[in-house]
Design a protein around this ligand. Structure first.
Ligand SMILES: NC(=O)C1=CN([C@@H]2O[C@H](COP(=O)(O)OP(=O)(O)OC[C@H]3O[C@@H](n4cnc5c(N)ncnc54)[C@H](OP(=O)(O)O)[C@@H]3O)[C@@H](O)[C@H]2O)C=CC1
Ligand SMILES: O=C(O)CCC(=O)C(=O)O
Ligand SMILES: [Mg+2]
Length: 418
């Protein structure tokens, strides 16, 4: 396989996808990983060590991951050329090897390159950003009853204002768009047309439906109580409002949901358990206060890209912070796992931060591969390390009597608690 820099491990085999989207996972699957910028250098090796230990313990040597480094972000500019941030062969490898995991990557504010994270999601059509949020006993939280927060976010990952269609203020492009809006489209509400930057927010019925379909299917498969469509559709009627209407429409059309009273809430019986699943909606600003005050009323969340970004970090804070917030980017075949947090540059290279978020992302990856015994051991290791109050700085500063561990020591504590 003619890669330029990527070295395919000789002792591994490829994961493949069946026609029904299920996976064939060999005992020695090749898993591509991107180390990531900033704290990627700290957390990625710890994640690999903890995963290898869980697999070894679960399967006694009969299964083993063959890790394959692929490059993106700052490391790619060192490995390839100074302008190569996302090599074509990285995209090819993560598509071809089906399941991968990545560290965070830097996106500069204002100018510079556009998000490589977003580029990966768009190029690979990883349209679901799946971020489960649950409480681990003993974790420090600002809430009195943090265990009531148990939600699973389905964030649309390829559309919205997040996809980067923007025109910089006071350029010919921005002037052209503004001129078009004013003369051809009758728009007279741009307050300062001479100095406005312009962003475009595409939100489609197809994009909404495929995301909401996954969220509802997840609620069915995991016996959850409700799916909440989170939007700002009162203000952005044809994008966020469209998301709400298309979401409700899909629940009725494909899952047989019936209106409750006169709607718009609706419900249907879970075909697997017979229990009711309610499909409801919440306007994003009110939702952000509801999740703090009445978290037990929310379960599976389906939302647009930018809302999902905000909601992810806010919900993570309720159960201990983004140091232990995992995630996955999914298409119908390819899966790329990654933490919710970013590169935390001020801590880079200090062996200090919490590796939990990336390790729990790997836990999701193992479960996705069907290696549930290893995944369960990772959860056990996390529960044990937190219960023993052996934690990294982010938890230690909020816990009484805790022992401060480095990033790598926390990984070892997890292994010791498996
Ligand atoms: N998917 C990705 O690759 C993502 C990339 N980014 C990028 O990351 C860069 C930095 O973004 P920034 O806004 O600073 O957000 P970050 O998520 O990188 O960090 C914000 C704060 O969160 C806390 N934190 C983050 N990670 C950890 C961890 N592993 N353990 C403990 N605490 C943690 C730290 O809090 P404290 O200071 O309180 O210790 C940190 O200062 C940007 O370029 C952004 O674009 C952002 C999000 C996702
Ligand atoms: O791409 C980035 O730099 C930020 C992405 C982000 O915050 C997220 O996906 O949660
Ligand atoms: Mg984010």
């Amino acid at each position: 396989m003619g890669y330029q820099k990527i070295v395919v491990p000789a002792d591994g085999d490829k994961i493949t996808v069946n026609a029904d989207q299920s996976l064939n996972v060999p005992n020695n699957p090749i898993i591509p990983f991107i180390e990531g910028d900033g704290i990627g250098v700290d957390i990625t090796p710890v994640m690999q060590k903890v995963v290898d230990a869980s697999v070894e313990k679960a399967y006694g040597g009969s299964k083993k991951i063959a890790w394959m480094e692929v490059y993106a972000g700052e490391k790619a500019t060192r490995e390839y050329t100074p302008d190569t941030w996302l090599p074509a062969e990285t995209l090819e490898a993560v598509r071809d090897f089906v399941v991968s995991i990545k560290g965070p990557m830097t996106t500069p504010v204002g100018g510079g390159i556009r998000s490589l994270n977003v580029a990966l999601r768009q190029e690979l059509d990883l349209y679901v950003c799946l971020r489960p949020v649950r409480y681990y006993a003993g974790t420090p939280s600002p809430l009195k009853a943090p265990e009531k927060t148990d939600m699973v976010i389905f964030r649309e990952n390829t559309e919205d204002i997040y996809c980067g269609i923007e025109f910089q203020a006071e350029t010919d492009s921005a002037r052209k768009v503004i001129e078009f809006l004013r003369t051809e489209m009758g728009v007279n509400k741009i307050r300062f047309p001479e100095t406005s930057g312009i962003g475009v927010k595409p939100v489609s019925r197809e994009g909404t439906e495929r995301l909401v379909r996954k969220a509802i299917q997840y609620a069915i498969d995991n016996d959850r109580d409700s799916v909440t469509l989170v939007h700002k559709g009162n203000i952005m009627k044809f994008t966020e409002g469209g998301f709400r209407d298309w979401g409700y429409g899909l629940a009725q059309k494909e899952f047989g949901a019936q209106l409750i009273d006169n709607g718009p809430w609706c419900s249907f019986k879970n075909p697997k358990t017979g229990r009711d699943i309610v499909v409801k909606d919440s306007i994003a600003d009110a939702f952000l206060q509801q999740i703090l005050l009445r978290p037990d009323e929310y379960d599976v969340i389906a939302t647009l890209n930018l809302n999902g970004d905000y909601v992810s970090d806010a919900l993570a804070a309720q159960v201990g912070g983004i140091g232990i917030a995992p995630g996955a980017n999914l298409s119908d075949s390819v899966a790329m796992f990654e933490a919710t947090h970013g590169t935390a540059p001020k801590y880079a290279g200090q062996d200090k931060v919490n590796p939990g978020s990336l390790i729990l992302s790997a836990e999701m990856m193992l479960r996705h591969m069907g290696w549930t015994e290893a995944a369960d051991l990772i959860v056990k290791g996390m529960e044990g390390a937190i219960a023993a109050k052996t934690v990294t700085y982010d938890f230690e500063r909020l816990m009484d009597g805790a022992k401060l561990l480095s990033c790598s020591e926390f990984g070892d504590a997890m292994i010791a608690n498996m």
